[in-house]
Design a protein around this ligand. Structure first.
Ligand code: UD1
Ligand code: UDP
Length: 379
């Protein structure tokens, strides 16, 4: 039986890899051996626990304040040792983190085929998002099978010379993960959030962590949140803070001690998707949240200058607003005060998946090994 090794290290990879791992486990065709790098620790373990995934190998690479080079070298070195003791028949990497590219490189050096989930996203700017645009382009050069979430991502790969027969459009497994948790009414571990739900107040859900927003942009985001909270007494801002101390140090001083701002630890995925479905709208620089919120019909203001996820922008649900303080305040106020603008953005659209991305992924891997047929592409 071919051994397939999913390799991942951060929260969003864990969420998006979980449906694939669960489907691999159900398949009679493959032996699934799970390896985590531990690029994230608490935020990774939180997701694996929820989905009942116990890694077979854990490189445990996290260092507080880790550099990109440290993530790369510690991952390649750790995987090298694992592969020297026995090579899987293929590895699966997800997206554009440094874990995913390091794992692809380590596998490539051992002549192990690389399957790339969430392949073909492009912003068109090598330095934004940094380092993700570079990471995913590198992985595309050495992958054997490209699982593109949308037709746009497939076209990006074709434009870079990737062979048509090596690309399958699967949809994004984040939608599989979302559909498996949303609607379950998971209790909030933070009592302030249960009280908030009971109060019926309007909620603005905020997440931010991007490397290119750290520094002045994040200080500006913090100041904008403070102004919004103070001007809009009827609104509550919920901010599950990323574990990165650099993010917390920039953001939290401006918003601490404001009554209508609730800062929490990272929410377990089921709690986060419940909060997403309760929220009035969303302010974020996250990739995954940009994909999930449109499915739930939540307007999303994205604090970036560009995006590799243009589909929901075209559908009108996502608006790119950058990180300038005045612009953030203005855009939030428009959504609070202008009903027609809000309604225009509050359409439930599903450009990123139909909940069958993991099934298409398994079928594509079966076809790679000559064990079955691909499914029809996600349209
Ligand atoms: C990483 C990914 C980014 C992804 C993001 C998702 C890279 C270069 N970046 O960025 O693409 O969007 O994850 O959140 O791969 N930390 C903890 N515990 C945790 C997680 C993080 O303490 O569970 C702290 C550590 O001090 C760590 C720092 O956060 O050094 C930054 O983590 P890192 O993975 O390097 O970068 P992210 O910004 O999380
Ligand atoms: N998420 C979560 N708990 C939180 C915040 C986010 O489970 O407190 C989930 C969210 O639903 C999405 C993913 O984490 O699926 C996004 O992760 P992140 O923003 O860290 O990374 P990105 O998607 O930007 O790479």
């Amino acid at each position: 039986m071919p051994v397939v090794m999913p390799i991942f290290g951060t929260r969003p990879e864990a969420i998006k890899m979980a449906p694939i791992i669960l489907a691999l486990r159900d398949s009679a065709e493959f032996d699934c051996v799970v390896t985590v790098t531990g690029q994230h620790r608490e935020m990774l373990d939180q997701v694996n626990e929820l989905f009942g995934i116990v890694p077979d190998h854990d490189l445990n690479i996290l260092q507080r304040g880790q550099s990109l080079s440290e993530i790369m070298t510690r991952t390649v070195d750790g995987l090298n040792k694992i592969f020297q003791n026995g090579k899987p028949d293929a590895v699966i990497v997800q997206g554009d983190t440094t874990t995913s590219t390091a794992a692809a490189i380590a596998a490539f050096y051992h002549d192990i085929p690389v399957i790339h989930a969430e392949a073909g996203l492009r912003s068109g700017n090598l330095f934004s998002p940094f380092p993700e645009e570079g990471n995913r382009k590198i992985t595309s050069q050495i992958a054997s099978l490209h699982l593109a979430p949308t037709n746009t991502s497939k076209e990006n790969l074709l434009a870079e010379g990737i062979s048509r027969e090596d690309i399958v459009v699967t949809g994004n497994t984040v939608i599989d993960a979302l559909l498996s948790t949303v609607g379950k009414e998971v209790p909030f571990s933070d009592p302030a959030l249960e009280e908030l739900v009971d109060s019926g107040r309007r909620v603005l859900l905020v997440t931010t962590h991007r490397r290119e927003n750290q520094g002045n942009a994040m200080l500006s985001i913090g100041r904008a949140l403070a102004r919004i909270a103070e001007d809009e007494a009827e609104l509550t801002i919920v901010l599950p803070a990323h574990k990165n101390p650099v993010v917390r140090e920039a953001l939290l001083p401006s918003i601490k001690d404001i009554a209508n701002v609730i800062v929490t630890e990272p929410l377990a995925y089921g709690e986060f998707t419940r909060m997403l479905s309760l929220a009035h709208f969303v302010l974020t620089d996250s990739g995954g949240v940009q994909e999930e919120a449109p499915s739930l019909g939540k307007p999303v203001l994205v604090m970036r200058e560009n995006t590799e996820r243009p589909e929901a922008v075209s559908a009108g649900t996502v608006r790119l607003i950058g990180t300038a303080e005045d612009r953030i305040v203005r855009e939030v106020q428009t959504l609070l005060r202008n009903r027609s603008v809000f309604d225009g953005m509050a359409n439930a659209v599903n450009p990123y998946g139909d909940g069958r991305a993991a099934a298409r992924t398994i079928a594509a891997i079966e076809a790679l090994f000559g064990l079955g047929q691909r499914m029809d592409d996600f349209i």
